[in-house]
Structures are given as structure tokens and as C-alpha cells.
Design a protein around this ligand. Structure first.
Ligand SMILES: C[S@@+](CC[C@H](N)C(=O)[O-])C[C@H]1O[C@@H](n2cnc3c(N)ncnc32)[C@H](O)[C@@H]1O
Length: 330
């Protein structure tokens, strides 16, 4: 185990003890955001808990392990986002809540939903969001090409409206932020806070919204957010997906999940995450996995060569990959 890995894992041992009970609770409850549709409980007919547990790995912090044999191609579990947001380029073409592509030709710049349920689920936080003027904040994201501050904005609206707790994603691993990175985030923080203040949000409602909260949320989102590319949905999408992935932004948005965030990376993964028609994630086994084996997904394009993968993982995620493929120099 490298010194870096040792440092990281011991840092996580103490934190893990406090978080372990929360994680166990999360896994034990038939959580609002994670289900296994692979199995049904024989007595209740309800979805059984997913065949996984979250435990400490030797050198990569926490990880997800199979609790029984899982066959190649099996659905391990599904997960609903804790927070999701469309890309600015797709915002009027996808459902503002679940990111499903809409069959709309309307060019009106209004948010739209794919059904009543999504509209209903968004209602409370969108009532907070629509009271404020977001043009300066959205311009800041657009001009600087930033997508994660949009997730922070949505999470802040969710907290103000009471549908999420301010410490909602504290359990997730944060990236290390350098001082220049923190000072870069100051502009976003200032714009977010002033949008709420100008909308007459009370001090009490935004008491949580400190610079520390903003940077700590962004530090977690940077490591744990998934870029969502849908593989199914509308029939036309299937036909045009090849062209779209070259010509335009293929992603419909970004989202953060609970369980999927505990999956470590492998350049030769045994599991993968995919999205069919909306931001609900599906974790599937790519090959047979034995009970006790760690399940890992690939965070990047696995077809890149060794050096390119290492550079991307180190610069984008802050770790040196210790998977078998990298260790063997492939
Ligand atoms: C999305 S989190 C995965 C869960 C994380 N291990 C935890 O304890 O919350 C990504 C982080 O896990 C660690 N990690 C994931 N895959 C790794 C790998 N192949 N080698 C070393 N560290 C890894 C790195 O610290 C990385 O920044």
C-alpha cells in the first residue's frame, strides 16, 4: 500500500466510523433513492435490498462489495439522484427534474417537465428558485464553462424549501481543494448568496449558506457527480445518437447519487453505470462477480493508454489508480 493510499485510508477510518452507521441505515432501509429490481422479497413482494455492502477497502477508502454472486449482465441496483440538474445547453429540451428528453419543438425559455409527478416533486424547490433572478449566476457558469455550481444552486433551493438537509451530501468523499481553487469559487458563492438576498430570502433561511458550505459541497460534487448520457429514450434519439455524440453535447446534465458514489474506479471494471431514459441510474455487472468481490466502475474512457488514464485520474479525481491494469503497466 503506498504512503498516499495509507494516508487516505487512515483519514477515512476515523470518519468512516461515524459515517458507517448512516451508511448501514441507508442500505438497510428500503431507501427512497435506491432499489434492487433484480430481486423481490418473497413475503412482502417489495424490492429486496441490493446485493451489496459498503466497506473499507485496503487502499481506496470505502468501496462497494458483492454480498452474493452476481451474474454478468445482472442489474445490481438502481439509484435516484440526490440532486440533478440539466446542462445549460439542454435545459429547455429535457425535463427540469428527471432530465428525460422532451419531444418539444418549443423555443420558449421556460422549464418543462415530462409528467405531473416530476412537476410535483420539483414544486417546492422550484418555488424557491423562481423567486430569484439567476441571470448573473447562470452567466457565470456559462462563461466559465462550469456545470457543478448549477447542482449547488439546486441543492441550496432544496435546503431552503426543506426537501433536503444542508448536510445531505456530507457523507461523500470530498476532493482536496487548494487555496487558489477556493478563491476561484468565491465569485460563485457571492453570486448565489446575493441572488437569494435580492429575492428577499430571510437570513434564517440562508443561515446554512456560508462560504464553507458552498466550497465543501462543491468539493464533494467534483469527485462524485456523474455526467449523464442517456442510452435510450426517444426512438429518434437512438437513430441520431451517433451523430449527436460527435456534433453536440451528448450529456443531458449532471447528478449526484448516494450509493453509486461509493463505487471505486477500475480501468478494467466489473460493473458499469448507465442511464436509459432519465437520471435514474442503473448499476449493472459487466461480468460474473463472486460474493465478497469489490464492484468497481470506470470513471473515464478506458480505451486511453496508461499514461493518459493516470493523468486524467490524478488531475480530475486526485488519485493514482491502483487497479491491476495500471499496476501491470497496461
Ligand atoms: C467516488 S469516490 C469512491 C468512494 C470513495 N472510495 C469513498 O471512500 O467515498 C472516488 C475516490 O475514491 C478513491 N478511489 C477510487 N478508485 C480508486 C482507485 N482505483 N485507486 C485509488 N483510489 C481510488 C479516490 O480517493 C477517489 O477520489
Amino acid at each position: 500500500m503506498s504512503a498516499l493510499a495509507l494516508g487516505r485510508s487512515s483519514r477515512w477510518v476515523s470518519r468512516f466510523k461515524t459515517l458507517y452507521s448512516q451508511t448501514k441505515l441507508f442500505l438497510a432501509s428500503s431507501s427512497f433513492s435506491t432499489t434492487s429490481i433484480a430481486d423481490k422479497d418473497e413475503d412482502t413482494g417489495r424490492p429486496a435490498p441490493p446485493p451489496i455492502r459498503v466497506s473499507l477497502t485496503e487502499s481506496a477508502g470505502r468501496g462497494v462489495f458483492a454480498t452474493r454472486r452476481i451474474g454478468a449482465g445482472d442489474l445490481i441496483h438502481t439509484a435516484k439522484p440526490l440532486v440533478a440538474h440539466p446542462s445549460l445547453s439542454t435545459i429547455h429540451r429535457v425535463c427540469y427534474f428527471c432530465l428525460r428528453k422532451l419531444q418539444t419543438t418549443s423555443r420558449t425559455p421556460v422549464v418543462q417537465y415530462c409528467n405531473k409527478e416530476c412537476e410535483e416533486q420539483s414544486k417546492v424547490f422550484y418555488d424557491v428558485e423562481r423567486r430569484a433572478n439567476w441571470s448573473a449566476y447562470d452567466d457565470y457558469c456559462r462563461i466559465q464553462g462550469l456545470k457543478y455550481p448549477l447542482l449547488v444552486k439546486r441543492l441550496a433551493c432544496m435546503v431552503i424549501s426543506g426537501v433536503a438537509a444542508a448536510d445531505n451530501i456530507d457523507i461523500l468523499q470530498p476532493t482536496n481543494l487548494s487555496l487558489p481553487m477556493i478563491s476561484e469559487m468565491e465569485e460563485g458563492f457571492g453570486l448565489l448568496r446575493s441572488a437569494f438576498i435580492k429575492a428577499n430570502t430571510t437570513n434564517e433561511q440562508i443561515a446554512f449558506l456560508s462560504k464553507t458550505w458552498y466550497t465543501s459541497v462543491l468539493a464533494r460534487i467534483r469527485i462524485n457527480a456523474f455526467r449523464i448520457e442517456l442510452v435510450g429514450g426517444l426512438y429518434e434519439d437512438l437513430l441520431s445518437s451517433a451523430a449527436a455524440s460527435i456534433e453536440a453535447e451528448a450529456a443531458v446534465g449532471n447528478a449526484v447519487y448516494m450509493l453509486p458514489s461509493f463505487y471505486n474506479h477500475d480501468c478494467d471494471p466489473n460493473a458499469h453505470i448507465l442511464w436509459i431514459e432519465n437520471a435514474d441510474a442503473r448499476l449493472k455487472a459487466l461480468r460474473d462477480v463472486e460474493a465478497g468481490e469489490e464492484l468497481r466502475i470506470c470513471y473515464i474512457d478506458a480505451s486511453m493508454d496508461h499514461d493518459a488514464r493516470q493523468t486524467l485520474l490524478s488531475q480530475g479525481f486526485g488519485f493514482q489508480c491502483n487497479c491491476l491494469r495500471c499496476v501491470s503497466g497496461d
